[in-house]
Structures are given as C-alpha cells and as structure tokens.
Ligand binder design. Structure first.
Ligand code: AMP
Length: 122
C-alpha cells in the first residue's frame, strides 16, 4: 500500500504537533486548520479510505472516536460540542489516503457542509 505523509508523522520522520499517542493511534494538529481547534486522529495501521475498513478494524475505528472524546474533554470543548468527521475519496474531499478523523471545534459548525451544489446534483 502506498505510503502517505501520515506514515512519516507516525514514524516521526517529519514533525507534527502531537496531542495524543498510544500503540494504536495518534492525534496531531492539522497543519491547515479549518476551525479554531482542528486536529486529526489516525490509526497507526495503514487503511487508505473508509471503504477499506474491515470487520477486523471495527475496534480500532471505534478507538479513534474514544481518543477524540478524551481530547475534547481534556481540551475543554466536549460539552460545547464539535464535529468529528472522516472524508472518503474525491466527493468526500479526501486528500490523504490514510484514514483520519477530523476533529473541529471552537466555532459553531454549519450544515450541510458544502457551499455549492454538490457534484452529484449538478
Ligand atoms: P482530507 O482532505 O480529509 O484527506 O484531510 C487531510 C488533512 O491533512 C488536511 O486537513 C490537511 O491540512 C492535513 N495535513 C496534510 N499534511 C499534514 C501535515 N504534515 N501535518 C498535519 N496535517 C496535515
């Protein structure tokens, strides 16, 4: 499977502002934040997209949410609320093909999460 920039963050060959790490997951600040607080929670296992998640990965993917909630509590925005979202492939806006949970906070989120007519409705 092709390496991504997130593998380099996992093996520490490129720097990142790491917020949490254990044997299965890593959380670090997004380099191009889209909200006052924006970090990513990723599995250390390389899984390219949501479509590649298997039954074997169910606990691991659940763990990403547990880490997100733990950090939300520690950083003080759990009660106020936040968005935790995973983009998949082109229409989902995915650019790095190693699954990651975006955690965005510190601002009132809008819905729906697009400004133009989505491509599939054009
Ligand atoms: P996505 O578009 O859902 O695949 O999200 C990829 C995210 O990774 C984007 O929000 C990028 O800003 C972020 N990103 C890319 N490279 C880095 C990096 N070296 N350190 C931290 N975040 C990164």
């Amino acid at each position: 499977m092709a390496e991504t920039i997130f593998d380099k963050i996992i093996d520490k060959s490129i720097p990142a502002e790491i917020l949490y790490e254990d044997d299965k997951a890593l959380a670090f600040k997004d380099i191009n934040p889209q909200a006052p607080i924006h970090f990513l929670v990723i599995p250390k296992k390389q899984i390219a997209t949501i479509n590649d998640i298997t039954e074997e990965d169910e606990a691991l993917v659940g763990h990403l949410y547990t880490v997100a909630a733990k950090l939300a509590s520690e950083l003080g925005f759990a009660h106020e609320g936040y968005r935790a979202v995973m983009n998949c492939n082109e229409f989902g806006g995915q650019t790095v093909y190693h699954i990651h949970l975006h955690v965005l906070a510190g601002k009132l989120m809008g819905w729906p999460p697009y400004t133009d007519k989505p491509k599939h409705l054009e």
